[in-house]
Design a protein around this ligand. Structure first.
Ligand code: MAN
Length: 348
């Protein structure tokens, strides 16, 4: 299927071998799903670095952070009857879920938006405390005035929720704690207050009644969230039939707030689509794309740690040009651009 994304010819922009692991006992399995922002006249990525251990035949290893913040490796024989290892991303051992990798976030910057390098003086962000024992992932970065809000997935044996930190200089961070409890992820703040309130999109999920839907919440201080409303549901028979989740901050357009989101089907194929919210009242959804605007088609999107995935949680807007950075096949960081007008013309 032809989509409307203009992929960078330099893709993939970042591969696991481009960075050094955080510790000699680990190896980088994937670089993916960067948060994106402008700071000091550069484009910055806050890249999710997923690390694991070299696997040995007959054994599976999985990493967790211990109470002192160091990575501990748990080892289980593959033929252990208490082990269920059918998904590359998650395993179940003795009835409990673990991740096969543990993620931290690394800052990289670029003058041209294509070639990114790590910068001296900007330390990586690691999971902290028992609610981030399995790592931190897929950070959205929203700038409101001079403050950057980082909303990311905090993973632990207690569940998957949304963590917050704020910073003004990317060297000092103010912890905001877990703002949305399990099960929740894909939280993107709006870049402006609307009628004096902060707004965010988020994705609570239920294994029983309900599903994996995009919700809206409001807040008077950007930390305590309430008045939750369900905005966007999965659509049976379409490309987004199993799960939907917000990308980065909604984009202000003349027609309303434009949000790029990901949708997956039952076969775990992740595509991108868009929807439009009323500019004064984002709880009103005005339109949505029926077809995806981006579909995994390139070799680096079809095959990798987890194939058939394009996933974005970061972009920069230059007039009509929307540059998205995205995770391809859950293993590589790539870039693409769109015309915002063309996305708007696909809404109905
Ligand atoms: C899913 C996938 C993984 C991720 C976990 C926890 O299984 O998105 O990549 O690590 O959720 O967030």
């Amino acid at each position: 299927m032809k989509d409307i994304a203009q992929r960078f010819s330099e893709n993939p922009l970042l591969l696991p071998k481009d960075l050094q692991p955080s510790n000699a006992g680990l190896q980088i399995i994937s670089l993916l799903n960067p948060g994106v922002f402008r700071f000091q006249d550069k484009t910055w990525l806050l890249v999710r670095v997923a690390e694991g251990t070299a696997q040995k035949e007959g054994v599976i290893f999985f990493p967790v952070l211990n109470a002192t913040g160091n990575t501990e490796i748990i080892e289980v024989p593959l033929n252990d009857p208490d082990l269920i290892a059918t998904d590359a991303r998650v395993i179940n051992y003795k009835g409990l879920d673990y991740l096969t990798t543990i993620s931290h976030l690394r800052l990289m910057a670029s003058d041209d938006g294509i070639h990114f390098t790590e910068q001296d003086g900007y330390a990586p962000l690691f999971g902290q405390g028992y609610l981030e024992r399995f790592g931190i992932e897929d950070c959205r970065v929203t700038q409101i005035n001079d403050t950057y809000y980082l909303t990311y997935t905090a993973v632990s044996d207690s569940g998957v929720g949304v963590g917050l930190q704020t910073t003004k200089d990317w060297q000092h961070f103010e912890p905001g704690g877990m703002i949305l409890p399990p099960h929740n992820k894909d939280c993107a703040l709006f870049e402006e207050k609307i009628s004096g309130k902060y707004y965010c999109l988020h994705r609570p999920s239920s294994k029983e009644i309900g599903g994996n839907y995009i919700w809206l919440a409001e807040s008077s201080d950007g930390r305590q969230w309430g008045n939750h409303q369900c905005l966007i549901k999965t659509r049976s028979g379409l490309w987004d039939s199993a799960r939907v989740g917000a990308g980065a901050a909604p984009i202000r357009t003349e027609q309303g707030w434009l949000e790029i989101y990901h949708g997956a089907n039952a076969e775990h194929r992740y595509c991108l689509g868009a929807f439009l919210m009323d500019i004064n009242d984002p709880s009103i959804v005005l339109a949505r794309t029926t077809e995806p605007i981006m579909v995994p088609t390139e070799p680096y999107e079809l095959s990798g740690f987890f194939g058939y995935v394009v996933f974005t949680n970061g972009h920069i807007v230059y007039g009509d040009k929307l540059v998205i950075y995205y995770g391809a096949a859950d293993e590589f960081v790539c870039g693409a651009h769109f015309s915002i007008k063309e996305i708007l013309s696909r809404l109905s």
